[in-house]
Ligand binder design. Structure first.
Ligand SMILES: *Cc1c(COP(=O)(O)O)cnc(C)c1O
Length: 462
């Protein structure tokens, strides 16, 4: 090794620590980086890796929306704990192959241990349930859909969808994540396989409408969302589970972001009913503060993972923990180490404290916004706040805040037509001063000596 890993690690750590002083969103034009790369890296000869790494860090400092910034009120991408950096360093150095038990008994069992802890938290019996890490929520949702589909239509394993005499249907709420449309295309089912159940005034799946849809469409799966992406709504899990149980339908709970709340004794009440799910998606790389990508798939129906069963003569036949035979991936990186290290470092209490802190910061933001005449449009117990005010063009407001460089919020549409500004407390280091700073910027006041209103600052020139 020609370059000091400790130095790189120090540099990454320093980068994380210094982030508060930096601009949140990049002010960079399309093509800027490409031109620089063309000029400096024609790949015509070797460079010292230390020099290249420093270069890449500098490029990312300026050309990246800093999700690890405490004033990134963003899209579920968390502030990253240093334990994730350590985990990725370890897993890249040792490069364990997690796809087969014999290849990395220690790696596989570190993941299994971590997942058993979460299975218990979700109310699943670890002895009769199964779980594995995924690249993210999309893969976990695809895994659930394939498992449900395969268990309802076993004939498709040989014949694919042409073996069916009817259009298979899965039901999601109108506020669900769009991954399910991609999944339906991916599986050869098409967008029409995804039918949306209307949501109520709190953006939660309407159970009366679900009942009607179940009777009409005879779905192979119902997806309830626990923490919708735009508004943090939680579908009524108990009631949805009741409908699914009555009709024997696979219930998948997409808790990609909100599922983390299961680790907070205070917040987990909002996930009541999740224990009835046949499968759950939860991303560690969202609210649990772990670096991307670290999704998780949990199921109480491990027999349905037969959808992935395969016999490959070139892999030594091993153990029931051979994940290449029960999941989508084959070569599999050591995804779970990041979550293992976070849990080991902080303990479940430490994680819970952090989740509660983020919820408290969102409460503070809600109160502040209400005091200043904003309408809070969503009704989520989780740290996601959607707001608007009569006479304010929220899309324009969001553009102004983002261009100001000191905060990042987004624009979202709830209920198919309500435009809102959206601020999520994604970072465990977001503090009262950051919430106050966002409120000041929304008022159009100067923040940190810069205008909250103008895009006149270009850090590339600094
Ligand atoms: C983020 C999200 C997904 C997709 O997960 P990725 O990790 O981005 O693939 C799916 N469902 C919900 C509710 C999400 O918030």
């Amino acid at each position: 090794m020609h370059w000091d890993l400790a130095r790189l690690s120090d540099e990454c750590d320093a980068q994380l620590r210094a982030i508060r002083a930096q601009r949140v969103a990049p002010a960079i034009a399309r093509g800027d980086v490409a031109r620089e790369l063309e000029r400096r890296y024609p790949f015509d000869g070797p460079h010292g890796i230390g020099e290249v790494a420093a270069d890449v860090i500098a490029l990312l400092e300026r050309g990246n929306l800093h999700t690890a910034h405490p004033r990134y009120f963003g899209l579920f991408n968390p502030g990253v704990r240093f334990s994730s950096v350590v985990a990725d360093l370890i897993s890249a150095s040792i490069n364990p192959q997690i796809g087969a038990w014999f290849h990395s008994p220690a790696g596989v069992e570190i993941e299994e241990h971590t997942l058993r802890f979460l299975l218990r938290a979700f109310g699943f019996d670890p002895r009769t349930s199964a779980a594995h890490f995924t690249s993210g929520g999309s893969e976990a949702n695809l895994t659930a859909t394939l498992a449900a589909f395969g268990s309802v239509y076993p004939e498709t394993r040989r014949q694919g969808v042409r073996g069916l005499d009817r259009q298979p249907v899965l039901l999601v709420s109108s506020e669900a994540h769009h991954a399910f449309f991609k999944i339906a295309r991916h599986m050869g089912l098409g967008d029409e396989a995804v039918r949306t159940v209307p949501a109520d005034g709190r953006f939660r799946m309407r159970v009366d409408a679900l009942r009607e849809a179940v009777e009409r469409d005879k779905p192979f799966m119902v997806v309830a969302t626990a923490g919708t992406t735009a508004g943090g709504a939680i579908d009524p899990l108990e009631e949805v589970a009741g409908v699914c149980a009555e009709h024997g339908i696979w219930l998948h709970v997409d808790a990609a972001w909100g599922g983390a709340a299961i680790l907070s004794p205070r917040l987990k009440q909002h996930l009541k009913g999740i224990e009835h799910a046949d499968s759950i998606t939860c991303d560690a790389h969202k609210w649990l503060g772990v670096a991307m990508g670290a999704g998780m798939f949990f199921t109480r129906r491990p027999e349905a993972l037969a959808a992935f069963e395969i016999d490959a003569s070139y892999v030594p036949r091993g153990d029931e923990l051979d994940l290449y035979r029960s999941s989508l991936q084959w070569s599999r990186r050591f995804i779970g180490l990041k979550l293992f290290l976070a849990l080991a470092e902080l303990g479940a209490d430490g994680i819970a404290k952090q989740l509660d802190h983020q919820a408290a910061m969102a409460d503070l933001l809600r109160d502040g916004l209400r005091n200043e005449g904003w309408e809070i449009v969503n009704d989520s117990p989780f740290p996601l706040v959607c707001f608007r005010r009569e006479g304010v063009d929220v899309a324009e407001l969001v553009r102004r805040i983002v261009a100001g460089g000191d905060h990042w919020i987004s624009h979202a549409v709830l209920g198919g037509g309500i435009g809102v500004a959206r601020a999520c407390i994604t970072n465990h280091e977001t503090a009262e001063e950051d919430v106050a700073s966002l409120l000041r910027a929304l008022r159009g006041e100067k923040v940190n000596g810069q205008s909250g209103g103008d895009a006149d600052r270009n850090p590339a020139e600094e």
